[in-house]
Design a protein around this ligand. Structure first.
Ligand code: FUB
Length: 646
């Protein structure tokens, strides 16, 4: 087993994913996106499963969350910004907090929401004010006078006038307070017949766009359509469809359109996480483009969505950008769609492509992991740019228990690993190609091996903020076969730590690269800075492909004190037993079978000399993973940090 695969045994679970739908832990409908201060903020409705006593087949929302992102890929949930209990005029049992909007004007943020009022009659629209896009919002006592309806959308025009639109479709100018109408509501003219709701109005190149969900024929479901005008309240000229009806008959669609960092995006929803119930929806994003005459090009919904995916993030390849005919996708758990999907490649020559993967942060010793399932031994290749592109990695899939393998993985998910043969430069479109029989794939993830140490430089360093000494000269492990830690009594340790393993063990100060002979072993000292407060001797040995268990480690370091320090104590934690010497004097013994715990054992009071002080340690283990941490503390137990380490 080589170093790479051993590291995998301790690999951490994957982090963020970044495809359609964009929020993965809750339903998010009616996604209104707005750009504030260089970030995209998302204000969706929050569909929930209807609680007991409420209609099971209808929309059900009791609060709003707000999300933000600076890359359209990683979304941060800022939590709940309003509930049906906080807004004074809302009927607190109505579960009717439908599609909202939020705009900024003169440094204030106005959050508009539709809901059923206390008297239970129809929908009204109210507003809350905040100094921040994430709230807290202070809500008005009453809904806006003159509006009955749902789905507010506010346009701030370039001349300073704001307008509010709602329902299907009316509009009116707003007063400067953003909380009251400055004129009579008017019905927007020029729109086609058929059910309309969810207006979203924006301005681009002096054209006003009124975009809206529209049911174009009896028995149909909602498309997204649009009209254009040279005036904010029309009359409008109907232009056509932005998005066709849902292929799976999700009855509603609801959207917003924003320009972010020079690109246009359509936010919309679909019932990805609720395939049998189209009242629980999930927000998505796809790119939107204009024709030279200002008309909008039709948007084809994708699984891939938008945004660059880091190669080291989990790449959900079932959210592919392209796929070979015959590729299918299915839920990982039909009882819990939030557990995502997997793709199945039909066999030889099948492939899926996943675009915009940033490989620039992969280190030369990066490797690939893939969660896969197959019924026969087969092979996948991951290629750069095309199904015939350069091979990045080959993933051999061995599912049958063979000689030396205890597990049989036929038709079971398992994580395969592969070394990289080639690392694409920058952004790549990955092609995952089947080279044999049918194979299912859930995700891919590239990993940079974790680093635990870096070679020390000539420059002295300080202990870390908590006083831990992180620079050490470590000797490659001496074989000391001990099948268990139970032998580590004081007497055993005294005998074995004081044995002479190599010349100068207690007298010379080791230097980086110096070699010593210990019994039949030729061993080298390495001066290293540890990335962590605890010195992971196990990782040190592993990276050098040395024996890990039943070994004895020697460590030494020199600390340089600016003055004499009295009444200090040496404080150590180690796995397993260890002994420590200061300037040649034994000061601490940690015996028995112990775990590494900071400040596990503390010495008697000591004096550190002005100038150089030599600390030596020996750590012994049986079958465990060795590490240690060491610092000095003062008479009050506070860490000492004002010395340097050579
Ligand atoms: O989310 C509830 C309603 O469904 C919205 O207000 C409509 O636009 C439709 O998406």
């Amino acid at each position: 087993m080589n170093h790479l695969f051993k590291l995998l045994l301790l690999a951490l679970p994957a982090m963020a994913t970044a495809q359609n739908p964009i929020i993965h832990n809750q339903f998010t409908a009616d996604p209104t996106a707005r750009v504030f201060d260089g970030k995209v903020y998302l204000y969706p409705s929050h569909d929930i499963v209807p609680p007991e006593g409420t209609r099971k087949d209808w929309f059900c929302m009791e609060d709003y969350h707000v999300f933000s992102s600076s890359d359209l890929t990683n979304w941060h949930d800022h939590g709940i910004i309003a509930t049906q209990h906080d807004v004074p005029w809302v009927n607190a049992k109505s579960f009717s907090m439908w599609a909202p909007d939020c705009v900024e004007k003169n440094g204030k943020y106005y959050f508009y929401l539709p809901a059923v009022p206390e008297d239970g009659r129809g929908f009204r629209i109210g507003v809350g004010t905040s100094d921040s896009p994430t709230g807290p919002f202070i809500f008005e006592d009453k809904p806006i006078e003159g509006i009955m309806g749902i789905d507010p959308c506010v346009l701030n025009d370039d001349d300073g006038q704001s307008y509010i639109y709602w329902g299907g479709v009316s509009g009116a100018p707003l007063n400067a307070d953003m909380k009251s109408l400055a004129g009579k509501p008017t019905r927007m003219e020029g729109l086609p017949d058929g059910f309309k709701e969810g207006p979203f109005v924006f301005k681009h190149n002096a054209h006003y766009y009124l975009t809206f969900p529209w049911v174009r024929h009896e028995g149909g479901t909602e498309t997204l359509a649009y009209a254009m005008s040279e005036k904010p309240l029309g009359p409008w000229e109907f232009k056509g469809i932005i998005m066709q009806e849902s292929a799976t008959r999700c009855w509603t669609n609801h959207h917003s359109i924003v320009c972010y960092q020079g690109e246009w995006y359509l936010f919309y929803h679909h019932n990805d996480y609720s395939p049998r119930d189209d009242k629980r929806r999930a927000a998505r994003i796809d790119r939107l483009a204009f024709n030279p005459d200002g008309t909008i090009q039709e948007v084809i919904p994708t699984l891939r969505g938008v945004g660059i995916t880091q190669a080291t993030a989990r790449i959900e390849v079932d959210r592919y950008s392209k796929a070979h005919e015959g590729t299918t996708i299915a839920y990982n758990d039909t009882l819990n769609p939030f557990r995502g999907w997997h793709a199945t490649l039909p066999g030889a020559k099948g492939w899926i492509a996943y675009n915009e993967v940033d490989c620039s942060k992969l280190s030369p010793n990066a490797y690939l992991t893939a969660n896969i399932k197959a019924s026969e031994n087969t092979m996948l290749t991951v290629r750069d740019g095309s199904p015939k592109g350069k091979i990045i990695a080959r993933i051999p899939i061995t599912v049958e228990a063979g000689e030396g393998r205890r597990r049989d993985y036929r038709n079971q998910w398992y994580t395969a690993t592969a070394q990289l043969e080639y690392i694409p430069k920058g952004i790549s479109q990955l092609y995952i190609c089947s080279e044999g029989t049918e194979v299912s794939i859930d995700w891919l993830q590239f990993k940079n091996p974790e680093s635990y140490f870096t070679p020390a430089t000539e420059t002295p360093v300080k202990p870390d903020g908590e006083g831990f000494v992180r620079r050490w000269t470590l000797l490659e492990p001496i074989d000391k076969p001990n099948p268990s830690n139970t032998v580590f009594t004081d007497s055993y340790l005294r005998e074995h730590f004081y044995m002479e393993y190599f010349p100068g063990q207690f007298s010379t100060v080791p230097r980086n690269g110096q070699r010593v002979k210990a019994g039949g072993q030729r061993l080298t000292w390495h001066t290293l800075d540890s990335e962590r407060y605890n010195i992971k001797l196990f990782r040190f040995a592993d990276a050098l492909d040395k024996r890990l268990y039943g070994v004895l480690f020697w460590a030494a370091t020199i600390i340089d004190c600016p003055e004499e320090m009295t009444d200090v104590r040496l404080s150590v934690g180690s796995n397993s037993a260890s002994m420590w010497w200061l300037n040649g004097q034994e000061v601490l013994l940690l015996s028995g079978d112990r775990r590494m715990v900071r400040d596990d054992a503390v010495s008697n009071r000591l004096t550190l000399k002005k100038g150089h002080n030599i600390i030596r340690g020996a750590v012994i283990n049986g079958p465990g993973m060795s590490d240690f941490c060491l610092r000095f503390i003062d008479k009050d137990g506070k860490p000492i940090t004002h010395f340097t380490i050579k």
